[in-house]
Ligand binder design. Structure first.
Ligand SMILES: Cc1cc2nc3c(=O)[nH]c(=O)nc-3n(C[C@H](O)[C@H](O)[C@H](O)COP(=O)(O)OP(=O)(O)OC[C@H]3O[C@@H](n4cnc5c(N)ncnc54)[C@H](O)[C@@H]3O)c2cc1C
Length: 175
């Protein structure tokens, strides 16, 4: 199926000013837009987007996305009180999304919320992490830090882990 000209509404409950939105949403949308997908993006921005500095950041990002073929709209995310706040966001999101579907003649709607993964130890933790890291090492990929080692590291250990990885890479390169 050709992607060229497909009109997609992407709804993200993560904000585009957040690292998760920037790395896990925009990166992919930009690449797909290059291949011809016409994206309308609706996101839920955190409070920082509604400060004067945040509003400037949003305006700059909106222009940049527009040039890349992505039409961006955003609503304010509400966190508390938990259930009513989410219900409010959902109802408001549906209203705005329906309007965008009609206006941009959307063919496909994709909605997602990315929950950041967190290191949790289960009984197979050691074995599973070792398997993945051995495989990565065979591909000559070094991982470091809390998520790279998948260990509940604090800042000092994360930095030591990064330093050890840098030394291992240097040793490998000069071997
Ligand atoms: C609430 C909280 C309190 C803490 N308090 C302390 C404390 O008091 N003292 C202490 O020593 N430690 C503390 N820590 C732990 C400390 O924050 C971590 O140990 C440390 O930040 C881990 O560093 P890192 O570089 O491994 O990972 P991170 O700091 O998490 O960096 C990973 C980076 O990778 C980015 N990323 C993820 N996926 C992608 C992708 N696909 N593409 C591009 N970028 C990506 C992320 O956005 C992030 O910027 C705390 C952690 C939390 C969550």
């Amino acid at each position: 199926m050709s992607l060229e000209g497909r009109r997609v509404l992407f709804i993200s409950y993560n904000g585009m000013l957040q690292p998760l939105g920037q790395t896990q949403v925009l990166t992919y949308l930009r690449e797909l837009a290059k291949r011809g997908v016409k994206f309308t993006l609706l996101s839920f921005e955190r409070d920082n987007a509604f400060t004067p500095a945040g509003a400037r950041e949003c305006a700059t990002l909106k222009d940049e996305l527009q040039r890349q073929g992505i039409e961006w709209h955003w609503l304010r995310y509400h966190q508390r009180p938990s259930l009513p706040a989410t219900l409010f966001d959902v109802v408001r999101g549906i209203r705005v999304a329906s309007r965008l579907v009609r206006k941009n003649e959307i063919e496909l709607v994709h909605a997602e919320e990315i929950l950041p993964a967190y290191v949790i130890y289960d009984l197979a933790h050691g074995r599973n992490v070792a398997t993945i890291r051995e495989w990565l090492r065979e591909q000559r990929i070094w991982t470091a830090g809390r998520f790279g080692e998948w260990q509940y590291l604090n800042m000092d250990h994360s930095m030591a882990s990064g330093k050890a990885a840098a030394e291992a890479i240097l040793a490998d390169v000069s071997a």
